[in-house]
Design a protein around this ligand. Structure first.
Ligand SMILES: CC(C)(COP(=O)(O)OP(=O)(O)OC[C@H]1O[C@@H](n2cnc3c(N)ncnc32)[C@H](O)[C@@H]1OP(=O)(O)O)[C@@H](O)C(=O)NCCC(=O)NCCS
Length: 241
């Protein structure tokens, strides 16, 4: 199923057509190849948790989807993976105190990757818009995701799409081995039209883990990432719906 078509710039200089569509389970190896390629190039490996092939196939079986973006040569140049955790214990609703009865209304924004040659085309934002268009008619209400406090580009795009920081904790650990990686947990009620423009806020650097944790634990929500200063704005004066 084609979700959209259009034109994008390769290396910010060559105009190319692209197609956005759901990928099929038999195309999963292309996802893994792109994931491994981008992972190897990352200066800070901590910002990105690689999804095992088995997890992706399991999630597709459970209703999840991978939106792929393909160039004129039908090569995958970007993807966004979304999942529907339902009652399972990996539902991020648990991390932000959602009531169990709401778990069925949760959609997770999982990994998004864009090949370095095609960055700057807003593909992270465009695939998120398509994911939203797709889930809303099914009645999903809560969109949740995790982002590393060291991943400015991803955090900027996710917060621009209206998701707010509700928690900061270690995720993806192995019991008895390591306690995982620092992650913000972000949330948006996709049925709400509420826009935050508080008169009072605190601004903190994204890497200041301890200070942000303290603020969040005392009831603050991160609602904006300032583009120039890279400071996150937190407020207690937060509209919920
Ligand atoms: C996060 C990511 C998906 C964003 O890609 P994107 O949708 O192409 O980003 P945007 O189009 O919003 O880019 C906005 C600007 O930031 C720049 N930019 C985006 N990602 C960048 C990166 N990783 N490094 C340097 N600059 C980057 C773009 O070139 C663009 O610059 P411009 O305004 O001068 O044209 C991409 O950086 C990526 O794949 N990163 C590695 C994997 C990752 O961290 N994924 C998210 C967690 S799962």
């Amino acid at each position: 199923m084609v979700l959209s078509k259009g034109y994008i710039m390769k290396n910010k200089s060559i105009l190319e057509p692209y197609t956005m569509r759901f990928i099929m389970p038999e195309e999963i190896d292309q996802v893994i190849t792109l994931q491994d390629y981008i992972y190897e190039l990352l200066p800070n490996k901590e910002i990105f948790y690689r999804d095992p092939k088995e997890t992706l196939l399991f999630e597709i079986e459970r209703g999840g989807r991978i939106i792929g973006v393909f160039n004129h040569a039908n090569q995958m140049i970007a993807y966004r993976y979304i999942s529907f955790p339902g009652e399972s214990e990996d539902n991020l609703g648990l991390d932000i105190g959602l009531h169990e009865s709401q778990f069925k209304d949760v959609v997770h924004l999982e990994t998004t990757l864009v090949h370095p040659d095609y960055r700057g085309n807003r593909l992270q934002g465009l695939t998120l818009e398509k994911a939203l268009e797709w889930v809303v008619p099914f009645g999903y209400k809560h969109m949740l995701c995790t982002v590393s406090p060291y991943n400015y580009f991803s955090l900027h795009n996710i917060m621009k799409a209206g998701l707010n920081i509700k928690s900061l904790k270690k995720k993806y650990g192995t019991p008895g081995k390591d306690d995982g990686l620092w992650r913000f947990i972000l949330h948006r009620d996709i049925t709400s039209l509420c826009i935050n423009n508080p008169s009072r806020y605190e601004a903190l650097e994204m890497e200041k883990i301890k200070e942000q944790k303290q603020l969040i634990e005392s009831g603050y929500v991160g609602y904006k990432l300032h583009k120039e200063s890279h400071l996150i704005h937190y407020t207690q004066d937060f509209c919920q719906n």
